[in-house]
Write a protein that binds this ligand. Structure first.
Ligand code: NAD
Length: 478
């Protein structure tokens, strides 16, 4: 079986251990063995990045722009092949995998342009004869820790701005999906970026992730993952006074009002609750439906869900691939039981499915008769499980939508300009969708949430510089 090593100081270094990367659509299919670093390797990676930083941070912007553009070009050219790799290791469908890879390529292209656009400000001083300049500088070596559900796009949207603004990087991807991160590292390695500027260290979160966060050579940490791990990282960064950025869970509401176009509402609910196997931080898991449309909505959802094809992620015609891991599948199914024990009714799905190959297949589950205080409506499930909450009117829908410890994305299906406008203003989420699924965002605008979903400044678009640079104010006597 092919061994995939860590990339440290521009070399592929063998690790003490390797773990197989198993296809969740077919447990007999392994994508190869991937390195499991020890802390000594992490130390080497941080040291290499520290050594590379002085030259990289002062390198010309043209060199950085060229490198990022080259990386983006190769990713885009190989989108079909890399999309298949992504689907094989993570379980989203091939179309979704290719789309994610294209997004990653476009992110690198976008930040290639950003290298040239990082401006500053010149202001008059309040003291005559003095000039004031405000500039942005890179931070140093940044630790990037990523989750399994977007194995190509999330590393891309952290690595690209980090490098564009002159930082060096140590990337620790999720243990479950090292294949895309390794492929990205290979492309970056061959782009001509100097040794040590980008390092890949694969390994366990509790070992390598923890050591990365606490390493004195790391200036800042950008993390995407679960709330529990994020809270621990925030605490560790606070005590060491490191800059930190966290993107975490969601319990995203999708409101459906009486005046909604029923076809539009059902399609966007099915899309955002169940596509990508519900494994998106922006997936909607609470469908909040007003009284008059409720019977027709439930009926149409049941019919639409019956047509969803669950199968091998890489097979033509599959709508929804498998759950990514056994642990996640067990969690998803346990929440279906929890919901019913709390008094909700299982209207569709919820069972494990058998297919030609052994995999973690699950029928998307819809629970009705649920109330806002049930655990299924408060805790992130992170699978193809959604529940419906029936409300009397818009005001109650808005109150229920905002009644959550999370605040990532929120959607409303309505034909009323009045309610759409009010919802955009009063939803307590970082991203608001009108007649669109809660999942599915552009790559050139800020991404992030409020409350327990995010901490620190926004990712993506021009807003990424808030995290990946530090501001300097310089005064000059004329
Ligand atoms: P996770 O928190 O288990 O792991 C995320 C990363 O942290 C992995 O690389 C893991 O190895 C590492 N890690 C684990 N323990 C660590 C520790 N003690 N110290 C440092 N690093 C450690 O999350 P996951 O299961 O990989 O991903 C699913 C979660 O990610 C969900 O909660 C989902 O909502 C969230 N997510 C959020 C966004 C967003 O942008 N808001 C996007 C995608 C996923």
């Amino acid at each position: 079986m092919t061994q995939h090593h860590n990339l440290i100081a521009g070399e592929w270094l063998a690790a003490p251990n390797y773990a197989p990367n198993i296809n969740p659509s077919n447990l007999q299919d392994s994508l190869g063995d991937y390195a499991q670093a020890d802390v000594a390797q992490l130390d080497m990676a941080v040291a290499a990045a520290q050594k590379a930083f002085p030259a990289w941070s002062t390198s010309g912007v043209q060199a950085r722009a060229d490198a990022l553009d080259k990386i983006g070009t190769e990713i885009l050219a190989r989108r079909e092949e890399l999309g298949t790799l992504l689907s094989r290791e993570e379980g989203k469908t091939r179309a979704e995998g290719i789309g994610e890879v294209a997004r990653a390529g476009n992110i690198f292209k976008f930040f290639a342009g950003e290298c040239l656009r990082l401006g500053g400000e010149v202001l008059p001083s309040v003291r005559p004869g003095i000039g004031v300049e405000i500039t942005r500088e890179p931070l140093g070596v940044i630790g990037l820790i990523t989750p399994w559900n977007f194995p190509m796009a999330i590393p891309a949207w952290k690595v690209a701005p980090a490098l564009a603004y002159g930082n060096c990087v140590v990337l620790k991807p999720a243990d479950l999906v090292p294949g895309c991160a390794w492929a990205l590292a290979d492309i970056i390695h061959r782009s001509g970026i100097p040794a040590g500027v980008f390092n890949l260290v694969m390994g366990r979160g509790s070992v390598i992730g923890d050591a990365l966060v606490n390493h004195p050579g790391i200036a800042a940490v950008s993390f995407t993952g679960s709330v529990g791990v994020g809270q621990r990282i925030a605490a560790a960064c606070a005590i060491n006074m490191k800059k930190v950025q966290l993107e975490m869970g969601g319990k995203n509401p999708q409101v459906v009002l009486d005046d909604a176009d029923l076809g539009v509402a059902v399609e966007l609910c099915v899309q955002s609750a169940f596509y990508s196997t519900g494994q998106r931080c922006t997936a909607s898991s609470r469908l909040i439906v007003t009284d008059k449309i409720y019977p027709a909505f439930i009926d149409a959802m049941q019919k639409r869900m019956a047509s969803i094809k669950v199968g091998d992620a890489c097979a033509a015609g599959t709508d929804i691939g498998p759950v990514a891991s056994l642990a996640q599948l067990e969690q998803d199914m346990s929440y279906v039981d929890i919901g019913q024990s709390e008094g909700a009714t299982l209207l569709a799905g919820g069972d494990r499915l058998q297919r030609d190959t052994e995999g973690f297949y699950m029928a998307p589950a819809l629970l009705v008769d649920s109330t806002p205080q049930m655990r299924i409506n408060r805790e992130e499930i992170f699978g193809p499980v959604a529940s419906v909450i029936r409300v009397k009117d818009y005001d109650e829908a808005l109150a229920v939508a905002n009644d959550t410890p999370f605040g990532l994305s929120a959607g409303i299906a309505t034909t009323s300009l009045k309610y759409a406008t009010h919802f955009k203003r009063h939803s307590q989420a970082g991203m608001v969708m009108v007649n669109l699924p809660t999942a599915g965002v552009d790559y050139h605008v800020p991404f992030g949430g409020r409350k327990g979903s995010s901490y620190g400044s926004r990712e993506q678009g021009t807003y990424a510089k808030e995290f990946f640079t530090v501001v300097k104010t310089a005064y000059t006597l004329a």
